[in-house]
Each structure stands twice: as C-alpha cells, then as structure tokens.
Design a binder for this molecule. Structure first.
Ligand code: FRU
Length: 755
C-alpha cells in the first residue's frame, strides 16, 4: 500500500472506487457526504452503492462504511446517484435504482430513516412508465428539495432526439411525484446527468453535468463537462462551466445550517484518457473540497473553499525565489504589476497570459500522470488561491469566478513554490487529527491451549501486537487516523506487521527496517491461575535500535496525540528516540499520552523500571495506569490518595483502569467514574490498549485538545471513559487484540457487536 498520495484534505474511499457525491446534507448535528462507491474495485468494476462520510466541521471526515447497497430487484445493478432531504427530523434519501435490462431501466427509490447509518425500507416511487415519452431510458440522478410545502424533484435525462434535458417533478409527499415539465438547451450534449436546482441571492440556478458537448480550446476540454445555467421562467441562460481543470464532474449542493450553499464535486472524470496512480494502492478518486457558493454582481456563481479551511492554516510565509512547502498547503497570490502571473508548484505550472487566458500545465509524466494542459478564458487574472493537497490541486481564480481542479502525483512531500508577477503568501495546512504511537510493534505468539505451564504448550499462532501498535489499531478501527513509528527487521515477520497495520489503515510510511536485528517476538502462555508468562525475543530487537535521527518533524505536523509505553524505555537508542519524539510532538501542540504498561520481565530490576517510568511521567499530559501499576508506581493501592500524587510535571489527566470494575478519570476539575460493562470475557489481550485508543479517539471527537485537558468537564471525561469501556466490553468477548477491536459502526449495534 502506498500512502504518500493519500489526500489529507479531500474525501477519498478507504479502498475501492469513488465517484459522484450523493445525499449531501446536515442532519442530526453533523454534515453527511454520501458518494458512489465500489468498495471492492479501484476501477469501479464491482456493484456500485453508496459510501458514507460524516463530519462535524466540514474539515475532518469519518468514514462510516457502506450505506445503500444494490441489493433489491429495483437497484440490483447499482444504487446510483441521488440526494437527501432533511424533513420533520427524518432523513429522506432519493436515488437511482439501476437495472440492466437490454434497455436501461432506472427507478427512483425513496428511503426514509431516523439515522444516517440505518438505511432500510426502500420504496420505488418512479419507474420507466412514469417518465414522459420524449425521453429515452436514460433517466437518473434525482435531486429533491422542499419548496413552499411542495416536494420537488429534478432528474437528468436524454431526449429521443439525442439531446440532454432535465425532467421536473412535483408532489405533496415524498413518495408521490408527477411530471411537470422539462428544461433543455440547444447544442449542449446528448445526456444530462446529476442536475441540481437552488436559489441564491434571488436567482435560480441549475447545475448539470452534460455529456457530449464538443471540445473547444478554452472550454469543455474534458470528456464530460459540468456547469450551470440560470433559470428564467421556462428558459435557460447560457451555460457556464464550473471548473476548467482535468478532474471535476457531477457536483451537488446543499444548504448548511447557517444558510451557506455548499457545493461538492467528484474530483475525477468518467472515461478519461488519463489515470490515477492510487489505483496501484487499491483505491481511486476523491471529492473536491466543500465550496461555498456566492453570487457576483453580474449573477455569475463564485466558488470558494469553505471558510473553515482557514482554521488549518499555520503561519503566513512570503513566497520568495525559492520557497519549499510541505504538503498540504495553500498559496494566495495577488497581482503585483501589469505582467503575466506565473506560479509553479513542483511540476505544476499556472500561467496567465496578456490575451486574457490562463493555463495549468504539468511538466512531466511523474507529476501529471498523463495530464498535460488545461486552458481557460478568464480575462485579466487579479488573484489566485491554490489549495495543494497530497495528490491534487484546486486553483481559485478572481475570487472564485473560475476554478481548475486536477489530480497530480508529486514524488516528494515537499514542493518548490515560485511566483512571478504576484505577491504570494504561503500557509501550511495541517490537521491535528492523527494519533502517533512510538515503540514496539511485534508478533505475539498465542498458545493453542491455556491453563498450563509454558513448556506444555505445543503450538503458538502469530498475531500482530505490541501495545503502541494496538493503540493505533483501536484508534483507526474507530475511523481515526493513526501512524506507527517503529523499526522492524528486514524479515518476514516485519512484512507481516506492516501488512496487517496497512490493512487496517494505520500509516506505516515512516516505519524503518534494519538488518542489524530481527523483528521483536513475544511468546505468551496462560497458566491455570490466569497469570500470563511472556517470553520475549528482543536481545536486541529491531525496534530497540530505532535512533532519534530517524525521526522527522513531518511525522508530527498532523499529530493529535503521541502515545508511548514503557517497554521501549530501556537503556537503548529507542529510549532517546522517545525523548526526541515527545519534544517534536509537543512543539506541534500534541497531547502526550503515556501508558506505562509494565512488563517487569523485560527489566534487570524493578528499580530500573520504576526509575524509567518516573523519568517519563512528568513529560506526559495524559497518564493511564491500571490499579496494579498505580500501586507499583506510588506504593499505595488507595485510589483516592495515590492518584493525586501522579500529577507531576505536565500531567493534566490521570486514567486509572480497575479491570472489571471500571475506570476513574481525574483532572484538576474533578473525577469521573465509569463502571465497566458487565460481560463474559473470553480474551482480555490488548484490552488496556483498546481502552486508551478508544478513549483518545472519543476525546478527539469531543474536540478536546491539549490546552483543554485540565479544564474539560467530568461529564465529557465520563463520556470518553464510558465509550472506552463499551469498546473494551466488545473487544474482550472476541479473541486476540487487534482482531477484537470493533469499528464505530459495530459499536452502534445494540447487541454489543459480538462476533
Ligand atoms: C455520473 C453518473 C451518474 C450515475 C452515477 C453512477 O458520474 O454516471 O449519472 O448515477 O454516475 O455511478
């Protein structure tokens, strides 16, 4: 899996194929983006349904999984594009149920649901008999809205004369629509897909994606186009393209709770003769950034990235002769004289010409992945804003009147930025949403029988583990981003670990490999009294030889929290790397989280372990201990007196887990207690790691950062601990550590998500 092209700002599928945005809405306190999704095929060759992302801020998106599946007789060949309406506290979804008969057969299906991740009850509300005679069987992509108490729908279609058109329907309820009229425009292609109609500033706009418009030098250069008309009575204004880059199609819009009209497009192109390098990594395509639409004095639509994006900006830096910028970033340029503006971003070049056109070009195959040049007639260019993500660039020209969106594939994460003819300012864009763990990732060998002495076990099965790696896995299973920093041996076990972590979605791109030592192994047996016996193979192991110089500041520029344990704090290079990582992560404002996770047998003496723990304890913001560890560290088993003694140095929050009883969470503001969920445990391996991983994930979802840790209310702390307890109650009913961790979706499942 190659992670270097994973977008940071744009919505991508975890695996498989994505195309059109669908069902955009704000519902139940969150933004929802659904999309056309084939999870099993990066080239879109498996049945297509809807995938689902959710966000509270339009910036950071959580993948919620597959949503609508093509699983009925009415949508068996695809749950194709459609839209959402929030009405009376419910979510109404309308989509195209595609059935491949010799003639294409497309139904409009309605789903009414209480929750965005609970799509049931499909009802066909329009089928081919309901479409007027002047259209072919090519009818799809319902966009529905409610206006003056009426339900309104627009569908994309093709006329029998081979022209694109839309069909307008109306009804008194979400499942009874009647045909009203159609709209079309001479010479605008043979089929119109994905229409949308909305009002803005007293004008009515219709966006649509026409297929078959003739290519011109400055317009309609892509296989298919997307643009808008103004609707005036029964007529349509001239068509205006929404985006002149290589990758833009099928945009849809919705109204945010604050009244903004927000548009999102597919940052891809059907039937294009250029390709995307991520296919090699098993996924393809992304959506554009959410864009705010506003209206210019002459009625033209202006598009600009949602204002929330500015929250990600770091310090402003002036772009001089030779500026290097770390992806993702943005550049804002304002004309400084009369000449042409020329800006380069790695191998991408944007140039404005005196004759009032501009060009976006890519210098070589490496960056362009066979994209060469796109042109636009913009008139004089006065300002340019470029948002450059890991493998895509969006260029907003003249206040968003023109936009060019294109995927590109830079080999390196730092790009040289230059600007001529403009005063340019560069901002790094960074999320602080990634959990970074440093320390050991190893293979646990699990005995085939328990309740016996170590020597009585006759076979062991390998499982990827190591506490810091488990914590990453828990965080990522819940939909968060995580990154593992460790060293593995150049050996098959190292490959197994990387493979497993990648499969779950943990970023392993910074893991290093060595010939000096092997990947760490740990054999475990479980005696009759429940005691675990470990036999570690790390004398030394590859992780212990990780050196501070192997770290880079880039590992932390999106860091939400850095997590570590004590196994790597012995007298070897990895200990120094921990110190350096703490310094780097702290300088990025990250939370430092420490779970001592004591393994006495790895130490020459208990004193050495204690002194290592006490050396690192004052360096952390969050300390998680078990009851036994509390006693080991403080010498006292009395929770109420022992916990306060742990608030040394920068410690702001202490979590004490008490096995089957529950967990205490203490900060300066108070104490929260969360009782454990009573369950029949079958395997507690990795439960503590799961707890802290889930706790950190929930803390982040509650919007809590380092500066809030001392003041965050006991109510929120209890919410986080309750969530982590629920996570563990599912994990301990399943075998293993990583394989036992539930996803967020499984946690919503009221049966507790057994197996
Ligand atoms: C546009 C489109 C839609 C259709 C969907 C299928 O890209 O062709 O018309 O509903 O994709 O994925």
């Amino acid at each position: 899996m190659i992670y270097k092209w994973r977008q940071k700002l744009h919505i991508e599928p975890p695996t498989g194929w994505l195309n059109d945005p669908n069902g955009l809405c704000f519902f139940d306190g969150r933004y929802h983006v659904f999309f056309q999704y084939s999870p099993d095929s990066a080239t879109g060759n498996s049945p297509r349904g809807w995938g689902h992302y959710e966000s509270s801020d339009l910036l950071s998106w959580n993948f919620k999984g597959e949503s609508i599946l093509p699983d009925t007789a009415y949508d068996c060949d695809g749950a194709y594009s459609g839209s959402a309406v929030v009405y009376d506290g419910r979510l109404h979804i309308f989509y195209t149920g595609n059935v491949n008969t010799p003639e294409n057969h497309a139904n409009v299906i309605h789903i009414c649901c209480e929750h965005a991740d609970d799509m049931g009850g499909k009802k066909v509300i329009l089928s081919p008999e309901d479409y007027p005679d002047f259209v072919t069987s090519q009818v799809r992509d319902p966009k529905v809205w409610v206006e003056d108490g009426k339900w309104k729908m627009v569908l994309g279609a093709q006329t029998v004369n081979n022209g694109g058109c839309v069909l307008l329907y109306e009804g008194d309820s979400p499942d009874s629509f009647r045909f009203v009229k159609s709209l079309s425009h001479e010479g605008m292609g043979y089929m119109w897909e994905c229409p949308d109609i909305f009002e803005l500033d007293g004008n009515t706009y219709m966006t649509v994606s026409p297929q078959g418009i003739g290519h011109e030098e400055y317009r309609y250069q892509n296989t298919f186009s997307s643009g808008y008309f103004r609707i005036k009575g029964d007529g349509l204004s001239d068509y205006c393209e929404l985006d002149c880059g290589f990758d833009f199609y099928a945009p849809q819009s919705f109204e945010a709770p604050d009244g903004r009209r927000i548009l999102i497009g597919w940052m891809g192109m059907g039937d294009a003769n250029y390709w995307n390098k991520t296919v090699e990594s098993g996924y393809q395509h992304c959506l554009t950034l959410p864009r705010e639409l506003t209206v210019a004095g002459d009625g033209a639509l202006l598009q600009n990235p949602v204002r929330e994006l500015k929250q990600l900006r770091g310090n402003a830096e002036v772009v001089g002769e030779d500026k290097w910028a770390r992806l993702p970033f943005e550049v804002e340029a304002v004309r400084s004289g009369e000449g042409e503006i020329i800006m380069t971003i790695g191998g991408a070049k944007f140039e404005s010409f005196d004759d009032g056109h501009c060009e976006l070009s890519f210098t070589d195959e490496q960056t362009g992945a066979s994209r060469s040049v796109r042109k636009a007639k913009t008139g004089r260019v006065d300002d340019v804003r470029m948002i450059v993500d890991t493998s895509g660039i969006e260029i907003y020209i003249n206040g968003g009147r023109y936009v060019m969106s294109t995927r590109f594939y830079p080999e390196y994460r730092e790009l040289k930025v230059t600007a001529q003819g403009a005063t340019s300012v560069l901002y790094g864009l960074a999320f602080h949403d990634t959990l970074v763990s440093i320390g050991e990732a190893l293979i646990d060998f699990i005995p085939n029988k328990t309740g016996c002495e170590f020597c009585e076990v006759d076979s062991f099965a390998p499982a990827v583990g190591g506490a810091p790696a488990n914590v990453c896995a828990a965080f990522t299973r819940l939909g968060g981003k995580s990154r593992m920093i460790t060293q593995l041996g150049n050996d098959p076990f190292g490959e197994v670990i990387t493979g497993k972590l990648n499969e779950i979605g943990v970023d392993t791109s910074y893991v290093t490999y060595t010939d000096e030592a092997n990947t760490a192994l740990a054999f475990v047996s479980l005696k009759a009294d429940g005691d675990r016996v470990f036999s570690f193979y790390r004398k030394p192991s590859a992780d212990m030889l990780y050196e501070p110089y192997m770290l880079s500041p880039y590992m932390f520029d999106d860091c939400y929290a850095l997590h570590f344990c004590s196994v790597s704090l012995g007298d070897f290079p990895m200990k120094k790397a921990h110190k350096a990582a703490i310094t780097l992560a702290s300088s990025h404002g990250a939370i430092i989280s420490f779970d001592p996770n004591l393994r006495l047998m790895l130490w020459d003496s208990a004193d050495k372990l204690t002194s290592a723990v006490l050396e690192f304890l004052p360096e952390c913001d969050i300390l998680k201990v078990s009851e036994e560890e509390l006693e080991f560290i403080t010498g006292s088993s009395d929770i109420s007196t022992a916990i306060p003694t742990l608030f040394a140095g920068r410690v702001k929050l202490v979590i004490c887990t008490c096995g089957g009883k529950g967990a205490y969470v203490v900060n300066a503001g108070g104490t929260a207690f969360s009782p454990a969920v009573p369950v029949e445990a079958v395997d507690t391996t990795g439960a503590g790691d799961g707890f802290i991983g889930a706790f950190l994930w929930r803390l982040k979802s509650n919007g809590i950062g380092r500066k809030d840790l001392s003041s965050v209310s006991s109510r929120i702390l209890k919410d986080c601990a309750d969530f982590a307890n629920r996570f563990c109650s599912i994990s301990v009913r399943r075998n293993g550590a990583i394989p036992s961790y539930p996803t967020y979706g499984e946690m919503q499942n009221p049966d507790g998500g057994k197996n």
